[in-house]
Design a protein around this ligand. Sequence first.
Ligand SMILES: NC(=O)N[C@H](N)C(=O)O
Length: 270
Amino acid sequence: MGKYYYPQGGLPPQTHLTTERAIVTEAYTVIPKGVMTDIVTSTLPGFSNTRSWILARPISGFATTFSQLIVEIGPGGGAPKAEFEPGVEGVVFVTKGKVNLTLDGELHQLEEGGYAYLAAGATWGLENVSDDIVSFQWIRKAYERLEGYEAKSFVTSDAEVEPTAMPDTNGAWKTTRFTDSSDLAHDMQVNIVTFQPGGVIPFPETHVMEHGLYVLEGKAMYLLNNDWVEVEAGDFMWLRAFCPQACYAGGPGEFRYLLYKDMNRQIKLT
Ligand SMILES: NC(=O)N[C@H](N)C(=O)O
């Protein structure tokens, strides 16, 4: 085990996996929670009392389709009147605390597990009216419109959507899909993937979809291209298109992650 730099001093966190070091390759990136310290935060325009960690963004030379952030809003903070880019869709998924979402004039309270799909062109704002920090994942993508289809905003939660068992897995590998995969109005999905202890992705999936993968719960060994990497709750992975991927969730508890994927559009050829 190597030595790690903790800017705040003191002892390293209790669970200390070998992936406490960030990994950046051409096929994938791992940003372990241990390196998301106070010194690498970004302030967000339009938000007050808020800080964020930008986990993924388009990088020249790679066809990255999305950006993904951890956002923390302190009590009284938020973006009540933020004007967001009209052509950009997003998903907000709350991982801790409570936040008020005003979406096209309607008020929703999102708690842990709360999920909002914010369609391109929607008017929305977020306010933390509680006494505690709220933390959420915010995924953004330029919406690729398809004639005759229009994705609509909606609010739901992890608890409200029944996960589907993957074929031949006895329920050891399930996916919670918040939109129908065949719905052409949607050019992306943000799903939750859940493994029971012992659950696996039994072959290296290799596909055109790019992924952002934020671990919500548990730990596992994840195959990223040629490397098996230990990951646990709070870690983030970016996988470029065609990066081979598989998983072994050894337990002791469930292993769950939020999974971004781009989909349902023709590849642009010039
Ligand atoms: N790494 C993953 O969980 N991939 C999913 N099976 C997916 O691409 O939907």
